[in-house]
Design a protein around this ligand. Structure first.
Ligand SMILES: Nc1ncnc2c1ncn2[C@@H]1O[C@H](COP(=O)(O)OP(=O)(O)O)[C@@H](O)[C@H]1O
Ligand SMILES: [Mg+2]
Length: 254
């Protein structure tokens, strides 16, 4: 389990608010993630978890509040937004791969287009990232030829290739058949062991328990409570947290 108490703060989120058409979706969210830290965000559907992650890398601009990356405020830094997005990687539920590119092509394209790396170097790095997620041998296959688990691993390799300071995962295994979930969680777990700083939204509580150093329970746009997994799972402060955990364990069998 990552021990991050002494490390520097990589990502700091301060009083984030977001409304859609007058409906408040995020109501003042604050937390910080230290280097090597793994935060898992849990909470009912529609509670603002995806909106929060999108606010962290500015795919969505929050109405109020600040996001800091390594001490630098990025919230309204319009001119550097692309530079910051590279540093805050995002992995989506539905992979978002280019269907017309091979696995290698999908990992390479950000390196040549965004990082302006030359083709040869980009290829080498893309191969290395595919190796890191165990897909060296699938490099020349197209998304249609890959399983869901392999597609998600390509998407993780693509994110890693940008050398992010932190990776955000939005339900990375929710679109997968049950038998494919393990291989993706394994890759994410290895990243945690290698010291990658991560924020994950997931319903995989067994995984959360073994990998996270903090669980955040979100409800209706707010953090109801947070704490180390051992405490939050075994001894939550609020009945609503307990009920949610109970429901999840019935649904997901943990
Ligand atoms: N682009 C959007 N436009 C309007 N409403 C949105 C948009 N994105 C999210 N919402 C609303 O915000 C609420 C929170 O959504 P979301 O962040 O996806 O929750 P979660 O990921 O926890 O399920 C929902 O009521 C959703 O309908
Ligand atoms: Mg969501």
């Amino acid at each position: 389990m990552p021990k991050d108490e002494a490390n520097e703060v990589v990502l700091k989120v301060e009083e984030i608010y977001k409304s859609y058409k007058g409906k408040e979706v995020l109501k003042g969210i604050s937390f910080e993630v230290r280097k090597g830290g793994v935060k898992v965000i849990i909470g009912p559907s529609g509670t603002g978890k995806s909106t929060l992650l999108r606010c962290l890398n500015l795919l969505t601009v929050p109405d109020k509040g600040q996001v800091y990356l390594e001490g630098e405020e990025i919230t309204h830094a319009k001119k550097n937004i692309h530079q910051f997005r590279q540093k805050i990687g995002m992995v989506f539920q539905d992979f978002n791969l280019f269907d017309h590119l091979t696995a290698l092509g999908n990992v390479e394209i950000g390196l040549t287009r965004v990082k302006r790396m030359n083709r040869e170097k980009a290829r080498e790095k893309a191969q290395e990232e595919l190796r890191r997620v165990g897909l060296e041998e699938q490099a020349s296959l197209y998304p249609a030829q890959l399983s869901g688990g392999q597609k998600q691993r390509v998407s993780i390799a693509r994110t890693l290739a940008m050398d992010p300071k932190v990776i955000l995962f939005d339900e990375p295994t929710s679109a997968l058949d049950p038998e494919l979930i393990g291989e993706v969680l394994e890759v994410i777990k290895n990243l945690a062991l290698q010291g990658m700083t991560m924020v994950l939204v997931t319903h995989e509580m067994g995984f959360a328990r073994s990998v996270a150093n903090e669980i955040i329970f979100m409800e209706e746009g707010k953090i109801l409570e947070s704490g180390p997994p051992a405490q939050l799972f075994s001894n939550p402060k609020y009945e609503r947290t307990r009920q949610f955990l109970h429901k999840i364990s019935e649904l997901y069998g943990e």
